[in-house]
Ligand binder design. Sequence first.
Ligand SMILES: C[S@@+](CC[C@H](N)C(=O)[O-])C[C@H]1O[C@@H](n2cnc3c(N)ncnc32)[C@H](O)[C@@H]1O
Length: 448
Amino acid sequence: MSHSPTPHQPAALQWIACPSDKLHSDTWLAQARASGFHVVLTPWQQGANAVAAIAQWANRVRRQRLVAALTVPVDAIAALPLVELDACGPVLLVVTPVHTTDLVRWSDVRARLARTRCAKLRWTALGVPLCHLGDWRPDVALVPPRPRSQPPECATCGLRAQCAGPLSGQIVAPLPEPVSNQFDLTDGALNDALLTLDSTPPRHFTLQQPMSPLVAEALARGQVYLDQSDKARLDDFAADLALLLPDGGDRWHAADHQPFAAEEALLLGHLRTLSGVVVDVGAGPIRYVQELAAAQAAGTLRYVAVEPELAALERTVAVLPEALSLQGTGEHLPLVSQSADAVLMLRSFNHLRDVPQALQEVARVLKPGGVFLACDNVAFGLCRSPEQLARAHAIPVAETPFEHYRNADAPDAAAALLAAVPNGFALHTVQSVGLGTSNQWFLRATRL
Ligand SMILES: C[S@@+](CC[C@H](N)C(=O)[O-])C[C@H]1O[C@@H](n2cnc3c(N)ncnc32)[C@H](O)[C@@H]1O
């Protein structure tokens, strides 16, 4: 879940190379973090104590809330002690080419990358042209601090529009631009006035101007909420938010009904009908654990959590230890084809980097007749007190590495599903957001 938008949000992770004399300097790492870098790269060194030294270095880097990354020349990949490196994790392994690397060699490398499933290792590439990467998709995009232009030998290549060319420092297409799904509708001062009113409606506030198109859309859909929580990051809209209804002018009142009740009831009703292998993509903390745990205990349901963030995955293990918890993304589901009776994407759809690829993965792992359930939130406006605003804005962007990439509604998700897998799904429910609903949409489809 994202907090309010900030002008410094990066489109992808920025990296900085660590000079060998600074490898153990906390001051240097703190400066790197303060300069807006996210990833610190150091070369992979072979040798008897290399793994122990990397573990020590990676811990120091992580203490500064930076990502530890090792550059691995492509010719060294076959000899990499992946299992030992996994124990130092989480570590990002950055594939770099060598001048002699040819396309034939690259097909071996791609095969090894595709087979690699180490829980704490992520892969990416630097300076590798798309023609070498082929169909291998890095887990993270790195944006070079100083991109260079394409070399002349790429001038006639059909991929050059998306590729910065060999040894350019740029890799594949950058991540889509992250967007927020929450917008502060008032500034602190106005909100102060709002909250000094007594708690009975109506409340008065003036919307901030100019208004972005996303905010205007949120207003047109009636998606304006009062934050009634003491949280820096909202994580339970039903408990944290009260719907605000316009009375005209600057007067609003809080709705006396719980806006999320109907949409939650719809979702829960469908969750309770599930059985067999249920794959929860972007499981996070497994919000609906009660609905699933009873069936899992009764032996009618086998819950599989797939989640990219290790901390979130650890929480899923804690709340449902008998579940199968796998680190992975929707774009690369770590499951064999036709193994699932249901796939859930509960508020993770708008976090996906590559929607068509993830939906093709859903189609791949679902058995014929299997159920796909998705829900997510569209953009909405928030009224917050100065204290709530300060808490939200104090969260460093580097602490929210997985963000929303869109504010899709149910019809967008349905259209994406039909386009990604033509004739692959039957749509049963496409419930979108509008006046009178909460900001949560719902989609149900079955695999043909
Ligand atoms: C808003 S949380 C939703 C968690 C939970 N499903 C729920 O309904 O409360 C979004 C989750 O999607 C995960 N996520 C982010 N990018 C993802 C991706 N590419 N594939 C799968 N999950 C992703 C995040 O780590 C996070 O746990």
